[in-house]
Ligand binder design. Structure first.
Ligand SMILES: [Zn+2]
Length: 142
């Protein structure tokens, strides 16, 4: 704001159940990619950011939606849609059946584009990675 890189209209800060939401509104709108890049730069959730960028790459018009049971920005930010889901829109069992997610993201509503480390196998010994090319076998067997 001080450097006037972005023409900030207002800054809003809201608590959520597990963390918080910082919402910055600008005088002039940014395109979706530019918004996603700024969100990542400002510390937004990395997983959320790459999913937004991937949905943009796939042509999803509503690539970045805010799922919340309450209105944000004192009525300034209106919901993109509404649903009656009882759970957060994370699990495929929820997003596959959510009518709002279907309207907003169509077939991409349950897209799982990037593998996360859900490996339950514990590493039993330290992994000493050599300089230069790292053998895949070393990584897979550690
Ligand atoms: Zn829903």
């Amino acid at each position: 704001m001080r450097r006037k890189v972005l023409n900030v209209h207002a800054v809003h800060f809201y608590p959520s159940v597990t963390n918080y939401h910082l919402v910055i509104t600008l005088v002039d709108d940014l395109d979706a990619v530019h918004r996603a890049l700024w969100a990542l730069w400002m510390g937004s959730d990395r997983l959320r950011g790459v999913y937004v960028l991937e949905r943009i790459r796939r042509g999803v018009a509503a690539a970045d939606v805010l799922s919340t049971p309450k209105a944000f920005i004192d009525g300034f930010r209106f919901p993109d849609d509404a649903c009656a889901c009882a759970s957060k829109h994370k699990a495929k069992r929820v997003t596959d059946h959510c009518p709002a997610m279907k309207r907003l993201m169509m077939d991409e509503r349950s897209g799982d584009y990037f593998p996360r480390n859900l490996d339950k196998k514990k590493r039993t010994k330290p992994l000493n990675v050599p300089w230069g090319r790292v053998p895949k076998k070393l990584l897979l067997e550690s």
